[in-house]
Design a protein around this ligand. Structure first.
Ligand code: FHN
Length: 469
């Protein structure tokens, strides 16, 4: 009987191995363009949000990028591997997980102040530690002195502030005994499929416990095991859509970055938007929906107490946000809260500065899309998808004192103001055929400023015709 069981287990796993490999290879397509973007309300909301926050928080936040008193090179959330910390020593961090300063309402208040419309939190990063009490593992908040459901507090606080919540979930799991980065033996494949079952259960658990979640941000799909059995990721996406048809899922769930390969069943390609723009912006507007995630230092996501190298200023962040909007993309800024649960001062400052700018100029970002006008060196054009305005986000003040604008033949600028100084109308002059010059207003605070153009009703910008405002 036992022999029979073993044989059928071997046979079963071989089938999985073969079918997984076949399925993983048959439907792959090459070429990134995606026909048919999602047009439903949930996806439209994602697009209009434009500005988001990322939160990396886990056991690594307690180490703060240092181990045994020494600075550890590399991204702080990878400290387990970078400092070669044993499982036992790393797990001991759970006993220090007290978070005396954690207040989800304060996180949410600061996010609101910054002007973000959505926030993505690491429910489980590569380390495997879960920020919610999961039925399927002991490696979670409930087994720490903190003991509370951190994720619920976060979801409630952000939802209360009107900020949409998204869950980051790492496919890689350094803690789970069944996780395999490669699958080479029958035992590996049995373990790996047990792990997949665990993931499906956790994703179902997350979606049922926190129905407010608007979407998932998957990460860690590059290992050989996942690439080999790529269909498991397609299954996850199907599962999520069964549980909530409106759920939004990033492209990194499929086993690639930047869109070269994907599963395609009945015309439905995996992922609702391109997620591969990590710490970089495209040079021109991608065809698909897309999102850029950005760190304030060069490459630190989790809390690193000692930030080194270039630290981006609020002006740089604002410029990237405007650039992303001008190419129909979303921009997400990362925060790595400290091990005591509080936000670091530099991030709070950033939130204040960017927030102040967004309060005045947010109308050039939220709900805005690409304005198909000839790019100019002073910055970025955006236009509201339906309110009839074109915006110029000026990041570089011209030495000539004149901002050049080239409009389609016959277009007329009816009205031209700097946001925040609406009483003071600027007077564009026609310089040559389709070219206008606008006298650049004086800038004192060193931040970009926004000029709002109202084109004559009926004027067309690309395929867009200015409606009556
Ligand atoms: O390895 C992770 C990294 O720690 C971080 O979470 C980023 C966020 O986009 N994603 C992975 C690297 O691509």
């Amino acid at each position: 009987m036992r022999r029979k069981l073993v044989l059928s287990a071997v046979f079963f796993s071989l089938c999985l191995l073969v079918s997984g490999q076949l399925i993983a290879q048959i439907p792959l397509k090459y070429g990134a363009s995606r026909e048919g973007k999602r047009t439903d309300a949930a996806m439209q909301r994602w697009r209009e949000n434009r500005f988001g926050q990322f939160i990396h928080f886990g056991l690594y936040s307690l180490a703060g990028g240092h181990w045994n008193g020494k600075y550890v090179e590399g991204a702080a959330e990878w400290i387990k591997g970078n400092a070669r910390i044993s499982d036992e020593d790393y797990e001991a961090l759970t006993r220090q997980f007290v978070l005396p300063e954690f207040d989800a309402r304060e996180w949410a208040r600061i996010a609101k102040e910054m002007g973000v419309k959505y926030s993505v939190i690491t429910t489980k990063h590569h380390e495997g530690f879960c920020l919610w009490p999961s039925e399927y593992t002991d490696y979670d908040v409930s087994r720490t002195p903190f003991g509370r459901d951190l994720l619920k507090e976060y979801v409630d606080a952000y939802t209360q502030e009107g900020i949409d919540v998204y869950f980051y979930y790492s496919i890689i799991d350094w803690n789970h005994p069944d996780w395999r980065s490669r699958v080479e033996t029958v035992e590996d494949s049995l373990a790996f499929f047990r792990y997949c079952d665990f993931m499906n259960k956790q994703i179902t658990e997350l979606m049922t416990r926190y129905p407010e979640v608007k979407g998932f941000w998957f990460d860690g799909t590059w290992d050989k095991s996942v690439v080999k059995f790529g269909k498991i990721t397609w299954d996850i996406e199907q599962l999520m859509h069964r549980l909530n048809p409106g759920i939004i899922c990033g492209s990194r769930l499929r086993v690639d970055e930047k869109g070269a390969r994907h599963f395609d069943t009945n015309g439905k390609l995996m992922g609702d938007y391109e997620q591969g723009w990590e710490r970089s912006l495209p040079e021109k507007a991608p065809q698909n929906d897309w999102e850029c995630v950005m760190t304030i230092p060069e490459n630190q996501w989790g809390y690193q107490a000692d930030w080194r190298g270039h630290i981006k200023s609020a002006t740089e962040i604002i410029e990237m946000l405007a650039a992303a909007t001008s190419m129909n993309g979303n921009f997400v800024l990362n925060f790595g809260p400290k091990g005591d649960g509080s936000l670091r001062e530099e991030e709070k400052q950033m939130a204040r500065k960017v927030g102040k700018w967004m309060q005045l100029n947010g109308e050039a970002i939220y709900g805005c899309v690409q304005a198909p006008l000839k790019p100019q060196k002073w910055g970025y054009y955006t236009r509201h998808r339906d309110n009839g305005f074109v915006y110029m986000v000026v990041c570089y003040q011209p030495v000539s004192g004149m901002l050049k604008v080239v409009l389609p033949t016959g277009s007329v600028i009816e009205n031209c103001v700097v946001l925040g100084k609406e009483g003071m109308e600027l007077k564009p002059e026609k310089s040559t055929k389709n070219e206008f010059v606008i006298p650049a207003p004086e800038v004192k605070d060193g931040f970009p400023y926004v000029i709002r153009l109202k084109l004559k009703e009926g004027d067309s910008v690309g395929n867009y015709v200015a409606p009556k405002v």
